[in-house]
Design a protein around this ligand. Sequence first.
Ligand code: FUC
Length: 828
Amino acid sequence: MNTNKSRTVFMIGIFLCLGIPFGFGAMPDNQSLRLWYNHPAEKWVEALPIGNGRLGAMVFGTPGTEELQLNEGTVWAGGPGDNINPETGKAIPVIRKLLFSGHYEEAQQYANAHVHSTDNGMPYQPVGSLFIDFPGQSQFTDYYRDLNISDAIASVSYKVDGVTYKRTMFSSFADNVIIVKLTASKAGSITCDLRMKSPQKHIVSVNSDELMLSGITGDHEGKKGQVRFVALVKPVLNGGSLSKDSSTLSISKANEVTLYISIATNFKNYHDLSIDPFQKASAYLKTAMEKNYDQAVIDHEKAYQHYFDRVKLNLGTTDSIKNPTDQRLVQFAHDNDPQLVALYFQFGRYLLISSSEPGGQPATLQGLWNDQMLPPWDSKYTININTEMNYWPSEITNLSEMQQPLFHMLQDLSVTGRQSARETYGARGWVVHHNTDLWRITDPVDGAFDWGLWPMGGVWLSQNIWKHYLYSGDKVFLKKYFPVLQGACKFFIDELQPYPEHHWLVVAPSDSPEHEYVYDGNKRAAITAGATMDNQLIFDLFSSVISATKVLNTDHAFADTLETMIKRLPPMQIGQYGQLQEWLHDWDNPTDHHRHVSHLYGLFPSNQISPYYTPKLFEAARTSLIERGDVSTGWSMGWKVNLWARLLDGNHAYKLIKDQLTPVGTQNGGGTYPNLFDAHPPFQIDGNFGCTSGIAQMLLQSEDGAIQLLPALPDAWHNGSVSGLRARGGFEIVNLAWKNGNISSVTIKSTLGGNCRLRTYLPLNKESRLVHIHVAKGINPNLFFQIPAVKQPLISPKAKLPVLVLRKTYLYDFQTQPGEIYTLIFQN
Ligand code: FUC
């Protein structure tokens, strides 16, 4: 390698630092970042979501009666308290004994009979709706409504009797209120009534010129609803007049109206409901109204774009963009519409920013948006895949801050979960099962069955702490959350059991989430010992804590204990069909298409399975995924996009995206609603987030010992570019561009310095040549890229393993300095 040329590369890098554009593909304009429609929403899944992490609204956009269905993140049924049932603790040793003596069905029956909870988690609930009635406007022309995700503003416009009416709505990221602006092309044209409704116990009143809805959340499963909330609506008129009765505000002949909607609850934290909701809502309102509307818009856009603008994606352009979003969805199966994929990707980022802001609650099963008192699965936190998936896009798509509510929740759970550890298991540390809610419950919910007795929720969630460190290198953060990770370990140091057959240390009782196995012909059970995913999760938890003790130079004796135990975990096993075994025994059924693919956790989101380091396991994981099939519901499809990306098969990942971007009801499984919400069905937001993460993973990965550039590019995306994705080790991909399926350039910013190891891929049978490169041979990737040293798999003698054919790849190493930018140009 010619050193002079290498320097040239770094010169170019420094140029870029100074802002001279080089090698950037055309980035999409804002037009491509709109969901738009030529008719009002008739159903909730056609309405458009706005949200600032705490305050959400679904905007229907109906001319005659506008509805904003309102949510606030702490409006949940019930109140503080745990869900511990002492009977569960008594049942566990019996279930364990039955499992260890091979009486699985009996263990299941015993668990079903003895594991109950009186509190199965509380539902997340709506506040109610604001209706704006516009008399005489039911006949209209020139209708348009949209959600512009480049500035997080929804708008509606239409014409009645030659007057153009327009309204814009946003949930302000700067001012903690929702703001609605009503305008008309002719002065004095705005006449409307404001009223509110709620499915909660509530009162609507008018105080001075404010409309107020106050209420209290629902009782559920014997727990009294204790969240009190207040929603205030304050109109500010330009011209016209305001009148009122006991529950309605009427505006007559105004030129313009600005409405401020402020909502607050008595929720301070999961055990304290001492806030005065009226005072809090009034304070937000007062502060927001001190600003003029234009300034409010500027501040809102700035706060939102601070996050949103970090990533741009261009997968190519076509004329399909000229069509309304719902039509594009219908046509996606037949049209080449790469901009719809890019829009869907960015919509996932929009939803994450809008439903999970620092200081708020984590995104629920529906993010922030729910109109039902009893939403599906209570719209709470199902943590055996769903909540985790919500946060898959956060690091890679440069929205790391959005994880803060999740980290807070983990901190809470590490406190409430101590009681479950102590009382239910007699163990130290903390534990949480497959669900939690605003009140941070930690014991099993919904009985044992195929789901409840799974003590791994906290382990999986807490991996986000370690991953955040791997992406950011933030030692202060790691130190702060180290006790959470350590507490999770303590529980399993006490609770892992030697399995009678091999003396491997296993979690028992547990299950492979929501999935049953059949054994001895026709016996069935879900309760098990040593499910593959549990072993992988404990492996990750212990490995991450061992690494954290090195980074923080602390608790070395504790790390030694973990090192000893990690060696005794079961290896991954390859079963008779060449599949990755889901359970400790070879019980997998190749005709089974269950939606959960829990044992593939080791492939994604974990990195214990790799084409380069564990090729047999890689092939086995592939076999398992093929057996499970493509047909599935929302989040399961989303997971499979990521898995196929990790299997380096871009075309298969793209096929899953196509399946996902299909109108609901037109296929056997999930699909997408007109407002681009993903369907489980019904709506569940994890599929949106899963697919957004999957699209990013197709373009960039950093799980496999290097920054992998375009590891799973499908044929459909010949040319394109992406900017702003993040990789482990503090690297930001300032820009990555490709032409005819080949990488053409990459510009990388290093925030931490250190060795940067890149991996590029050639399409099969194609030669590509890197021209400017500085290779520092012999440098190992740093901690951030370390590959976990998993045990050799145990392989069934019956298994026939296919020969692995991989695309040719190149690895490049170079040293980086913190804050510097490096550009590499490839010649094809
Ligand atoms: C898990 C899944 C279900 C659903 C629920 C919220 O239990 O198995 O399909 O997504 O979470």
